[in-house]
Design a protein around this ligand. Structure first.
Ligand SMILES: [Zn+2]
Length: 338
């Protein structure tokens, strides 16, 4: 598909604009979602499937997580992510391979705002680079920070590294979820409010510009930055990323998931260093097998399970051992916390 055909023009967007006088980017994105739900049958069907998803809350040691049974994610959870398989398949984020009815908005000169055809949330966006270039946090982070603010903090941006959750590790992209959809963001906001009695997060920096924490909630090592300044967030995240152990052989960046959220002008950034993509149980045969392929959303406390049997039997101990297996140890941020 050509870029010209892919982009929704003002005339196509107009019937779906709910607040025409303001015509903010948020209003345009809402119109894009509405247009696509009406004109892209596969997206409509995927949303209908998502409405049937089952949810269950599971308390862990420090915090609770939510399990989502979502059969629509089976293809993504089972997709091969080895370099040879990726090289051989057509890239599903490149313009020429997008579904015929998919449409987009252009953000800046080089990003496309698209609907995710296999949604985890009712309004699940993919923000994809217009060119076929490698998945990297460095070029993604400034766009994640800027777009979160431009969408009035009504969406959360999240990034899956090429070796820990991205199903297109060869094409630069990040995703967006509706505000409130990733449990750990809300939990961290609450923890920060009762700082003195909070054993889960350790404050490592407090300045007029912002506050940084490290923590290890339920075996997930995290770096957290709270600030009103996009520059402070960018700078502290860059520093935290530089402090991580060197990438494993064959990879060009340390394995990370990143979440950029916010409300009322304040950003909450969460960085999860990872040491494995899929846990050992993913590779076992039934009955020990569990189809669980954690990305930012999963380590952020919304665990996606395509199979009903995994959803029914997953317990606290198993989740904790999976987090310990795929996330980094508590001391990973020692260099920046000193
Ligand atoms: Zn591509």
């Amino acid at each position: 598909m050509s870029l010209e055909n892919l982009l929704l023009d003002e005339a196509a967007l107009a019937p779906y604009l709910t607040d025409k006088p303001s015509r903010s980017l948020t209003v345009a994105v809402r119109a894009l979602i509405a247009q696509q739900l009406e004109n892209w049958l596969e997206l409509k069907q995927a949303h209908a499937l998502l409405e049937q998803a089952l949810f269950r809350t599971l308390p862990l040691n420090d915090l609770a997580i939510t399990l989502q049974c979502n059969p629509g994610r089976m293809i993504s959870a089972r997709s091969p992510v080895d370099k040879e398989s990726i090289r051989k398949r057509p890239c599903f984020l490149c313009l020429q391979n997008l579904p015929a009815d998919q449409r987009a908005l252009l953000y800046g000169d080089e990003w496309l705002i698209l609907n995710n055809p296999a949604p985890l949330f009712p309004d699940h966006l993919v923000i994809s680079h217009t060119g076929h270039c490698l998945q990297r946090i460095e070029p993604a982070l400034p766009a994640m920070i800027a777009l979160t603010r431009e969408l009035d903090f009504s969406f959360i941006a999240f990034y899956n590294g090429p070796a820990c959750g991205a199903s297109a590790p060869d094409h630069l992209h990040f995703q967006m979820a509706p505000a409130g959809a990733i449990p750990l963001v809300e939990q961290i906001k609450k923890l920060m409010e009762k700082e003195s009695s909070n054993p889960v997060l350790k404050k490592i920096e407090e300045s007029p510009e912002g506050t940084c924490f490290t923590g290890y909630p339920d075996f997930r090592s995290v770096f957290v930055c709270k600030t009103k300044s996009p520059d402070f967030l960018q700078e502290r995240f860059s520093r935290a990323l530089c402090s991580l152990p060197a990438p494993v052989a064959g990879e060009e960046e340390a394995m990370v998931n990143v979440i950029i959220a916010g409300s009322s002008g304040t950003y909450y950034g969460i960085l999860f260093p990872r040491k494995a993509h899929r846990p050992a149980c993913y590779f076992k045969d039934d009955p020990e097998k569990m189809v669980i392929s954690p990305g930012a959303v999963d380590v952020g406390g919304l665990l996606i399970l395509p199979r009903r049997e995994d959803f029914d039997r997953l317990d606290r101990e198993t989740v904790l051992s999976i987090f310990a297996e795929v996330c980094h140890e508590m001391d990973v941020f020692e260099k920046i916390s000193r």
